[in-house]
Design a protein around this ligand. Structure first.
Ligand code: HEM
Length: 129
């Protein structure tokens, strides 16, 4: 997930929250902050709870555009479906043959260089079935 998506305002007649931004102004939407917003996601917004998505994205977001790992609108990521299938396929193949746990050497430090990633790598210990 990239840290932010940005756009240059080309049409001053499109108001944003009641104001008309100047033409040429660049507006950035910090995706990471939107995904951690407690108003949108609740008090446990910063906790890792993938089960929130058990009934799909539209259920958990109440139809709001508040989950944007692939952006949204006319410039939404064209590789979204490919990336999701690839990730599910890779994870399925790994889980068919291995279980894994975090290594004690793993240090939790997320870093954002174009996309969000573990700063010191994801140290895993794999166990073959
Ligand atoms: C997990 C993987 C990926 C993530 C998180 C991701 C995320 C994103 C995001 C957030 C945007 C929107 C940027 C914006 O609105 O300014 C975007 C655009 C784009 N992505 Fe991805 N992407 C991923 C994989 C891919 C793959 C695999 C491809 C190509 C096969 C791809 C091709 C593109 C292209 C061409 C755009 C620009 C679309 C446009 O401007 O019309 N992405 N991506």
């Amino acid at each position: 997930m990239p840290y932010e998506v940005s756009r240059q305002v080309r049409c001053p007649s499109r108001p944003i929250k009641g104001s008309s931004p100047l033409t040429g102004v660049e507006i950035s939407l910090p995706i990471l902050l939107v995904h951690h917003d407690e108003e949108l996601w609740g008090d446990d917004a910063k906790e890792f709870k993938p089960e929130k998505f058990a009934e799909g994205v539209s259920k958990v977001t109440n139809g709001q555009l508040s989950y944007l790992p692939f952006g949204g609108g006319p410039q939404v990521c064209i590789g979204q479906n490919f990336a999701m299938i690839e990730a599910k396929l890779a994870l399925t193949l790994i889980l068919q043959h291995f279980t894994f746990e975090l290594s004690p050497s793993y240090a939790h430090a997320s870093s954002s260089i174009a996309s969000l990633r573990p700063q010191y790598g994801a140290h895993l210990i794999l166990h073959q079935h």
